[in-house]
Structures are given as C-alpha cells and as structure tokens.
Design a binder for this molecule. Structure first.
Ligand code: NAD
Length: 441
C-alpha cells in the first residue's frame, strides 16, 4: 500500500517542504516504503507562520463558545473515518489494529474535552484593596507549536492541537518523521469540519525543523513529547528564546510485585503493560521488582507472555534500528549473567519476513547496575529484579531518574497505600499495569 507524498499543510493547502533532503516513510510491518516527504526549511516555516498569525488574529475574536463548534463537527468526522485512520496508523506505526483504533478513540475523547472548554475556562476576580478589584482573564498566546513522537501518531497530537486551537491559538504540528501520514488526514478532517485556513499547520522535518521551531521568535509556546535526550534540548533551546515550554520525556516504569498479589490479575495486567504497542509506550511496565517469593505469579506471567503471537497480538517495533537496539540490550543482559526466561530476539513473522518484530522477552535475575534494569528499552521487554523487602523495591524506584509511572500489585490496602505514598513516580497505580489518568494536558 502506497500513500501520496507527505506534505506540509500551509494555510489550508498541502505543499511540499523545499529542502533538498527527502525522507522515506517505512512501514514497520514489512519494511515497505509507504511514502516520502521533503524536509522543511526556515523559509517554509516563515511562510506557515505568516499565514498562521493572520488567521489567529481573526480567530481570537471569535468567542470560545463558537470556536468549539468546529470540534463538535471534527469529533463526528473522526468517528466516521475511524476505520481509515486506524488502517493508516497500523501501517505507518506497526501497532496492531486494536491498538490503532484505541488511539483514534482516545483522539475522539480528547476532542470531546476540547468541546467542553467553555465550561472550564474562567477568569478570576479578587478584591486587592477596599473597593479595588483585580480581574484575570485568559487570552490566547498566538502561534504555538507541538513536536510529537512516533509511538502515538494520533493520540499525542490531540493532547495539544484541539485544546490550543479551541482556546484561540494557531497551531503548527511537527509530526515524527517515522509516522507523518496520519497527520495529513487530521489536517483534511479539520478543514472539512470548517476550521479556518491557517489555524492548523504541519511542518515536516527532523532535527533542523525542530531547531527552527525553537528559535523562531513568532512561536510563543512549544510542547514536546519524546525522548528525554531531545526533551532537554528542546526545553533549553526554546526557553532560552523565552518561549513557554512543556517538554515530556522518556520513562522506565517500575512494577512492585508483592507475594500476596492476585496471581491471574497481576500476571495478565503486567504482561499487557509490557507488551502493549510492542512496549513502545511511555507508560509501559519495564522493570519488575519482585519482593520475596513471587515465583508462582512469575510462572503465570511467563505462561501469559507465551500466548502472545507476534504479528497478531503483538505489533512491530518502529524500525530496523529499534529492533537492533532492543536485541542488543537483551544480549548484553545475557552476557552479564541475567537469565532470559523468554527470548524475543530473531523473531520472524511468516509472510512479513522484512518486518521489524521483537517477541515478548522476560529477563530474570537482573541487577540494578545492568542497563536493562535502568535504561528505557522501548520494546516488549520486562526486566525482573529480585528484592527482599518492599523498602528495597521503593529505594530502587526512587533512585531511577525517570518520573512517569509506578504500580504495585498486592491485595493489601495498607501496603498499596505505603507504596503510592513513598514511590517517586508522578502516576502511581494499584493493581493496574498502565496507571494513566484521564487527560487533559
Ligand atoms: P524522539 O525524541 O526521538 O523524537 C521526538 C521528536 O523529536 C520527533 O518529532 C523528532 O523528529 C524530534 N527529534 C529527534 N531527534 C531530535 C534532535 N536531535 N533535535 C531536535 N529534534 C529531534 O522520540 P521518539 O523516538 O519519536 O519517541 C519515543 C520517546 O517518546 C520515548 O522516550 C518515550 O518514552 C517518549 N514518550 C513520552 C511520553 C510522555 O508523555 N512522557 C509520551 C509518548 C512518548
């Protein structure tokens, strides 16, 4: 399956980037080239911003109540086109159909939230002195930008795009170069929903495009979602240019497994968490801290992981390089003395021999100094570290430099409270593999 050339979306029309550099979009399912795009230059970004500024000035005069009407229509279009969008995400990202559909469902939910903004966005009043009143009201910033990763080509853009535009801003989206096709459809649907030209824009590219966004004086705020390495670069570069910046980075999430956990529930939740989206989720279970003797639960876990079928219930990883990186982590752990209970290296899916697949992998008896126990692998790999006490588990969780998620599996309310109170992660779950709250962002 081939797609049209991926283009920038400028003032309501598609236009290729004007750099000489061309980028191929490869399907992780079978290594086929799905499309190509030309990278963008600073001149391309300037053109987008010029139109976006004009459109935004008119848009901010429209009331919030009227602005969100576009998103009621857009939500219906997402519903109507759900199957087509699901298919695109399946092909460009490699996740299984159910996961791709769940992502569109999430985009719909996020759009519903944007529709409710008139109920939430209030100003404040205070009496600063007798008879002197001060009021604060919310105003759009102007032109803003979102830089997004490959793992959720539709959900992550919807964290910001719909809210920012509903609140009166113009948005420039920089999709991941690995998965830029679904954003083309988002642009079409927003236009069909009646969004005025210039308010939603796409600039395609890689590092230099991101740098141009961070440096451009007319972009007032930047959000970034991606690896910690790049989050730091974007945060520093954009804030140095006095922009508002929200930068979300990588993760290494810990599961604390206690021996009293419900075996079936713990096992199925942990396996789903480590393998969902082929482990390419910032909320995936990555390091399992098994406290005391959890052997019977771990046996179940292996049994559940063995039921996973690559290419059917487990999708591909994003690229050949990602497959190699993940397999290298497993090999290194093996060489350092960890025990590979389930080995997903060298997985080949019949009929998709050129796809980038890694089977579910479970590594036991890892130690905290091993890279598999402390670095983000971003693949379907669960690393088990055996500890004696709950405090030892918490010390390991607290010492890790990431902050996304931690979950405890136990049937004791007291122990669950103890973990959630003492874990360092921002999102703590009890008996749940992916402790995600409801957005908004
Ligand atoms: P990435 O950091 O490689 O890329 C993210 C974006 O940055 C892309 O648009 C890319 O083009 C751009 N980019 C890449 N290298 C750059 C550079 N040197 N300079 C400037 N821009 C650059 O991330 P990814 O591989 O696409 O996504 C996976 C990462 O995203 C994982 O680390 C995952 O944990 C993280 N993530 C975090 C969250 C969260 O909410 N914290 C959500 C989803 C994904």
């Amino acid at each position: 399956m081939k797609f049209e050339e991926v283009k920038n979306f400028v003032n309501g029309s598609f236009k290729p980037g004007s750099s000489d550099k061309t980028h191929a979009v490869i399907s992780p399912l079978d290594g086929e080239t799905l499309s190509t795009f030309k990278e963008s230059t600073m001149a391309d970004l300037n053109e987008i911003i010029e139109h976006a500024q004009k459109a935004q000035k008119a848009w901010q005069k429209v009331t919030l109540k009227e602005r969100v009407q576009v998103f009621y229509r857009y939500k219906q279009l997402l519903e109507k086109n759900n199957a087509e969008l699901t298919e695109i995400i399946y092909r460009e990202n490699g996740k299984i159909h159910g996961e791709a559909k769940a992502e569109i469902d999430k985009a719909i939910e996020l759009t519903e939230f944007a529709c409710s903004l008139p109920q939430f966005v209030n100003g404040e009043n205070m009496e600063v002195s007798r008879g002197v009143y001060c009021s604060s009201t919310r105003h759009p910033l102007g032109v803003v930008a979102s830089i997004v990763p490959f793992n959720f080509p539709s959900m992550v853009p919807h964290w910001t795009v719909v809210n920012a535009i509903a609140l009166g801003n113009a948005m420039i989206l920089k999709p991941s170069e690995a998965v830029p096709i679904s954003s083309q459809y988002i642009a079409r649907l927003l236009k069909e929903a009646g969004l005025p030209d210039g308010l939603f824009n796409i600039v395609n590219g890689t590092q230099s495009t991101v740098e141009n966004i961070c440096d451009h004086p007319e972009i007032k705020a930047v959000t970034f979602v991606g690896s910690t390495k790049v989050a730091k670069i974007v945060y520093q570069r954009a804030s140095q240019n006095l922009k508002q910046v929200l930068a979300l980075g990588g993760a290494k999430n810990h599961i604390i497994l206690l021996p009293d956990a419900h075996p079936d529930m713990a096992s199925s939740n942990i396996v789903a968490s480590m393998s969902g989206c082929a482990g390419q989720r910032c909320m995936a279970a990555a390091t399992l801290l098994a406290v005391g003797n959890c052997d019977s639960i771990l046996d179940k876990l292996i049994g559940d992981a063995l039921k996973i079928q690559c290419g059917t219930t487990l999708g591909a990883v994003i690229s050949k390089a990602a497959k190699e990186r993940i397999e290298n982590y497993i090999t290194e752990a093996e060489q350092q003395g960890a025990k590979i209970l389930l080995d997903g290296r060298n997985t080949i899916v019949p009929g998709k021999e050129n796809g980038f697949y890694v089977g579910p992998t479970i590594i036991d008896y890892a130690t905290t100094d091993m890279r598999v126990a402390k670095e983000e692998i971003f693949g379907p790999v669960l690393t088990i570290v055996r500890v004696k006490t709950i405090d030892e588990a918490l010390a390991i969780e607290n010492a890790n430099p990431y902050g996304n998620a931690c979950s405890v599996f136990t049937q004791s309310g007291g122990l669950a409270n103890y973990v959630t109170e003492n874990a360092s992660a921002g999102m703590c779950g009890v008996n749940i593999g992916v402790p995600v709250p409801r957005e908004p962002f």
